[in-house]
Design a protein around this ligand. Structure first.
Ligand code: CA
Length: 225
């Protein structure tokens, strides 16, 4: 039995300690994220620069290229939120990490629930969302509970339908390309049949109204706002 998972946000974890990398990736997947992994700095930079992640969990001491170098390189092209993980919980390192463009900092050893809480806060902050409720007309999306109500009535969505709605809602008023949708809803190991997005969009329209999602033909989708 595979438990249903809510794949709505895509993360990259860069960590060279194999056991920790696997534990992190596993717990984040169970929490509903699509998770890509890298175990050295150069692979991490390659993935981080090539994909629009919602956030990156970055260890500092890495083979190949350390976390600070990776971050400096990444910041030349992307503003992806970065949470630094390190055993070096000293003030100079903290300042150095933040100066290099990190958005948050967590010292090892840490508890997984704290990491997840910080990631949720980081993603909310960087998408400009102070509160977890997104309101679109009479539709209310609770990003903490991962539930959707319309006109006060609960609307059951599958995990991927929810993920799609949340992604579009976080970018309301803007085009969300099909590539972005794939990046956020499916990780490297996922199936990516091209018609799946259309199926999810059709199901969401059936549940929330046909005008809830606007098709931008040949480009992607958006929620008007
Ligand atoms: Ca390390």
């Amino acid at each position: 039995m595979v438990a249903a998972m809510e794949l709505d946000m895509r993360l990259l974890v860069v960590e060279d300690e194999r056991d920790l990398l696997e534990a992190l990736a596993q717990s984040l997947r169970e929490a509903g994220y699509a998770v890509d992994e890298a175990s050295d700095g150069r692979t991490g930079l390659y993935k981080a620069a090539g994909t629009e992640y919602d956030a990156i969990v970055l260890d500092l001491m890495l083979p190949g290229m350390n976390g600070w170098e990776l971050l400096r390189e990444l910041r030349k092209s992307r503003k992806t939120p970065v949470l630094i993980l390190t055993a070096r919980d000293t003030l100079p390192d903290r300042v150095k990490g933040l100066d290099a463009g990190a958005d948050d900092y967590l010292a090892k050893p840490f508890e997984l629930p704290e990491l997840q809480a910080r990631l949720r806060a980081l993603i909310r902050r960087t998408t400009g969302q102070a509160t977890p409720i997104l309101e679109i007309g009479e539709v209310a999306i609770d990003t903490a509970q991962r539930t959707v109500h319309k006109g006060g009535e609960s609307v059951p969505l599958t995990p991927r339908e929810y993920a799609l709605v949340e992604l579009l809602a976080l970018h309301r008023g803007k085009l969300v390309t099909r590539t972005m949708i794939y990046d956020h809803l499916f990780d490297d190991s996922g199936d990516t049949l091209s018609n799946l997005v259309d199926v999810h969009v059709a199901n969401v329209r059936r549940k929330l109204g046909k005008d809830f999602i606007t098709t931008r033909r040949g480009e992607g989708y958006q929620i008007d706002g």
